[in-house]
Design a binder for this molecule. Structure first.
Ligand SMILES: Cc1ncc(COP(=O)(O)O)c(C=O)c1O
Length: 479
């Protein structure tokens, strides 16, 4: 063994120990290569080799033009369970009741929200610019507020939506776009257009919790499809279900899944599009978070590969521009005529002043810049929160490393009940989403969803640490 080999190994071992003992905590920046070389009186090459060893051990990561950082020690959550047919009615009711309890808890004054996916604060939305644009629009068209908005609604906005669709690989026509009251209405109209009460819909598992009351209100049954925390919906499982004609429709979030934050690989998306077109079963694609992918180049929507109009794509501007405007949209493929009728019967049209304001913002060219800074901010929030989870949650905790957005799915050691954790946290005015909310059959008892779309001030960070401590206490009290 030559001396340089020993030197770099010794340095790697020293630093590994410092990381394991927490002297260098997750997220900490390592001294630069030059500084370490000077302080240890060794060559630059020796330090670089040691840092490579640490990278190989998964302990640190290089960030372009910034240096080396200690990685959060959080393995990804376990792989998904098998396909699960609709739950028993009482399980479904328990899950729905629990959703009610979680939402009620949000009403408490002074609670700290680690739960909902509702970005809060002027930092996340271009409120000032939207206010100015709305003022200009109303000054130019003072009669706007006195007129009923009628379909199809703002052409300006529909044109911009079609243009932005290109970034996700979709070629949409402004005339085919239906404006909706948030993404929620788009999803609901899509379900109503393609199903009847009593039908079964395939859902990712885990899924966005608000889809469960929606399914229940439409009298739909669900089937949970395994969804990998890193690669998303299992297309193999979908193929099986389609082949056996077990689902009337499929609902999925192929890009930046809620709650897992993952994007499906490109080939899986293409295969999914081929399958739904082949079996002629509609796919309702929830693309709400698709533009919040952290990568500069966005991975395309499944809609981009839709050959015969079996994909209905739904999205909104509630996470990126203005939550209170509730402006969403959908492109319904072969179901467009039915969707137009349903939209008119449901809520007629979207307010012109709001649609025009979003259209004007998108036209002004500021959206790309806004999205870039939003994504940078969320990526930093996610990293910081993952670091805190690694440090303060019980050993054995796992968590997703999302490809975009601001949600983290945390898997606690098996003995910890996230519903008990939710109640313990609520008693201290901290709100989280317990895992069973994300599954019609109440799975994921030891998981929870955390949201980092709030300013990470001391209150927020202290609440997060507190949840970790409470989880540890619950683990300790188990026999
Ligand atoms: C995956 C997903 N789809 C749809 C919605 C609803 O979106 P909107 O607020 O635009 O109705 C949400 C809201 O959190 C969501 O997370």
């Amino acid at each position: 063994m030559d001396s340089s080999h020993t030197l770099y190994q010794k340095l790697a071992d020293d630093l590994s120990l410092a990381i394991r003992r927490g002297t260098l905590p997750p997220g900490a920046r390592l001294p630069s290569v030059r500084r370490t070389a000077q302080s240890r009186q060794i060559s630059l090459n020796t330090v670089v080799s040691a840092y490579r060893v640490l990278e190989d051990r998964g302990l640190i990561e290089a960030r372009p033009q910034s240096g080396y950082y200690v990685r959060a020690r959080l393995p990804p959550p376990a792989r998904p369970a098998s396909t699960q047919s609709g739950p028993a009615k009482d399980t479904e009711h328990q899950v729905l009741d629990l959703i009610g309890v979680v939402l009620d808890a949000q009403q408490q004054p002074d609670f700290i929200d680690l739960a909902l996916a509702c970005p809060r604060g002027g930092d996340f939305y271009p409120g000032g610019k939207l206010t100015r644009l709305m003022g200009q629009i109303l000054r130019r068209q003072p009669g706007m507020l006195n007129n009923y908005a009628l379909p199809p609604g703002s052409e300006r906005l529909r044109t911009q939506i079609a243009r932005r669709g290109l970034d996700l690989g979709m070629t949409l026509q402004p005339d085919n776009i239906i404006l909706t009251h948030g993404c929620m209405e788009a999803l609901q109209l899509a379900l109503r257009a393609v199903t009847q009460p009593g039908d079964t819909v395939g859902l990712e598992s885990p899924t966005y919790f608000n889809l469960l009351p929606m399914m229940a209100s439409l009298g739909l049954k669900t089937i949970e499809i395994p969804t990998d925390p890193q690669t998303g919906l299992s297309v193999d499982a979908v193929e099986l279900l389609l082949g056996e004609k077990r689902i009337k429709a499929l609902m999925a979030m192929p890009n930046v899944h809620n709650p897992l934050g993952c994007c499906m690989p490109l080939e899986a998306k293409k295969r999914l599009a081929r399958l739904v077109n082949h079996y002629q079963v509609p796919l309702i694609e929830d693309a709400l978070y698709a533009e919040l992918q952290f990568s500069d180049t966005l991975s395309p929507a499944v809609k981009a590969f839709d050959s015969d109009g079996w994909v209905i794509v739904c999205a909104s501007y509630t996470k990126t521009l203005a939550p209170d405007f509730r402006i969403g949209w959908m492109e319904g493929g072969r179901f467009e005529p039915a969707l137009r009728k349903l939209k008119f019967a449901s809520s007629v049209a979207e307010p012109a002043v709001l649609s025009e304001t979003i259209g004007a913002f998108l036209e002004s060219g500021g959206y790309d810049h806004h999205l870039r800074s939003l994504k940078r901010r969320y990526a930093a929030h996610v990293e910081k929160v993952r670091g805190l989870i690694a440090r303060h949650f019980p050993p054995g905790t796992r968590a997703t490393s999302p490809a975009g957005g601001f949600l983290i799915w945390v898997e606690l050691p098996e003995e910890i009940d996230s519903v008990a954790l939710f109640h313990a946290a609520i008693a201290e005015k901290i709100s989280i989403i317990p895992g069973p909310l994300s599954s019609p059959s109440g799975r994921y008892r030891n998981a929870l969803r955390l949201s980092c779309c709030y300013p990470l001030d001391e209150r927020y960070l202290a609440a997060l640490v507190r949840v970790g401590i409470l989880a540890g206490q619950l683990a300790a009290h188990r026999p």
